[in-house]
Design a protein around this ligand. Structure first.
Ligand SMILES: Nc1ncnc2c1ncn2[C@@H]1O[C@H](COP(=O)(O)OP(=O)(O)OP(=O)(O)O)[C@@H](O)[C@H]1O
Ligand SMILES: [Mg+2]
Length: 432
């Protein structure tokens, strides 16, 4: 969501030498934090930047400078380091800040305990306290045979976690079979998942077909969107889990199965149990380990780190040489709520990269394009030229509204020059 107030972009930065002593303080920083420059030159940086979670150097972290909580990003330059302030406490709302503050408090409490996991989930990026906790827990349960239930909003990385857990388990050389419970029509579900014997129903293959459960033998069966599992199939799955046996549709004998189940959902299963839509007995079977993956907006420290890794991915994929992300875009990303979580961030970076032609990535004009465009077929269709005019006029009115009438901000939101905005205002005779 775009905020209507103008955001300060540059809070300033601090530079240190190879001994971690402060050698430079920008004017913005001194002004922002009411600091007298000369008093701090030569002083160890940790005296000025309090980093409560300093168990290992982080790329982006939440710390304090002269009592203000801030989000700080570290840039390494040979032996020197620069600490850029990305947000200062009064910039973010209380609600936005709570998870960070809680994380900081819990880290400082645990500071002396060694909590590093000997395993790594290298492809699951994130250095925020909450992500590290989830990764550590996931790594610990990976080696057990237990059923795992992954919960989290859409796009938080549930499937990625499921694969990482499988990859760390003793089953890693056996299959990882994913079933999207929402994608299989209810009447085909049982035959797809549990398989069938020849002649089980009309249209069935003569020789029968193994189901996903059998295909996952000795490996992991990933049941994505488990809340959408048809009710009849829930009973059958429960039997597989309890008896470790499977009977194909139309079959007369059962086979032993040795599979590990990882289920995922972005819905509240206990609520569905309460509403009678999900079997309680199955719920308890699945609810052995509940891994909650936090939403991206609850771990803003991870946003830039993820964004930069996606930039590297798309540099490769698109043959580009983007080296950095423009400050204004960074600020925007840090303030946006990311309802579609990491998936949305990835799509957003991809879109920005498709529109870029320089080394510095800039914010695309329409940030929300990663969301599907609603096609309103009830509206009359005008010529393309008219449709474009109407859309342009609409975008300008929206930007003005969001900018509370401030034309400079509106032009910035639209990604156009102020002069160009004025031309368009007169073209569409917009006066307010
Ligand atoms: N921590 C992460 N590090 C790197 N990439 C990530 C991370 N989390 C998610 N992604 C990427 O974001 C995208 C969405 O992740 P994934 O499909 O695992 O989400 P999901 O929780 O299963 O979403 P849904 O509920 O919509 O199925 C994928 O491209 C994945 O690689
Ligand atoms: Mg998924």
């Amino acid at each position: 969501m775009l905020t209507t107030t103008e955001r300060k972009v540059d809070w300033g930065y601090i530079e240190t030498n190879e001994h971690s002593q402060i050698v430079f303080l920008s004017d913005e920083l001194c002004a922002t934090f009411q600091i007298v420059k000369d008093e701090w030159l030569g002083v160890p940086a940790r005296e000025l930047i309090r980093d409560p979670s300093s168990r290992k150097p982080k790329h982006v972290f939440f710390g304090r400078i002269t009592g203000y909580a801030c989000l700080i990003r570290v840039v390494h330059l040979d032996q020197h380091r620069q600490y850029h302030v990305l947000i200062r406490q009064d910039e973010v709302t209380h609600v936005e800040l709570m998870p960070f503050m809680n994380a900081i408090e819990s880290t400082s409490k645990k500071k002396n305990q060694s909590r590093r996991s000997k395993y790594s989930f290298s492809e699951v990026l994130g250095e925020s306290e909450s992500m590290e906790q989830v990764k550590e827990l996931a790594a610990r349960i990976a080696t057990s045979q237990s059923t795992v239930l992954l919960t989290g909003e859409s796009g938080t990385g549930k499937e990625l976690f499921a694969q990482a857990i499988h990859g760390l388990s003793t089953r890693k050389h056996d299959p990882f079979v994913a079933v999207n419970c929402a994608a299989i029509p209810a009447d085909l579900f049982e035959s797809e998942v549990f398989g069938y014997e020849g002649g089980a129903f009309s249209g069935a293959k003569r020789e029968g077909k193994p189901g996903k459960v059998e295909l996952a033998q000795h490996g992991t069966l990933f049941l994505d969107e488990i809340s959408e599992l048809p009710y009849a199939a829930q009973g059958k799955l429960l039997r597989v889990l309890q008896e470790r046996e499977i009977e194909r549709l139309g079959g007369t004998s059962s086979k032993n199965v040795d599979i590990r189940i990882i289920a995922a959902t972005n819905r509240d299963l206990s609520m569905l149990v309460h509403e009678g839509k999900f079997r309680q007995d199955l719920f308890y079977r699945l609810y052995v380990f509940d891994l909650k993956i936090p939403a991206l907006r609850q771990r803003k420290e991870d946003i830039l780190l993820l964004a930069e890794s996606f930039v590297a991915i798309f540099n490769d994929r698109l043959g580009l040489q983007v080296e950095s992300i423009d400050m204004e875009m960074q600020q925007w990303m840090l303030h946006y709520e990311w309802p579609g979580n990491v998936r949305e961030l990835k799509a957003y970076i991809e879109r920005a990269m498709n529109l870029t032609n320089g080394h510095v990535l800039k914010r695309p004009v329409e940030p929300m394009l990663s969301q599907p465009v609603e096609v309103d077929t009830d509206q009359p269709l005008y010529s393309l030229e008219d449709e474009v005019r109407r859309a342009e006029e609409n975008a300008i009115r929206k930007a003005l509204k969001q900018a509370e009438g401030d034309r400079t901000t509106a032009a910035r939101l639209l990604g156009i020059h102020l002069a160009s905005l004025y031309r368009k205002l007169s073209k569409y005779q917009i006066k307010d």
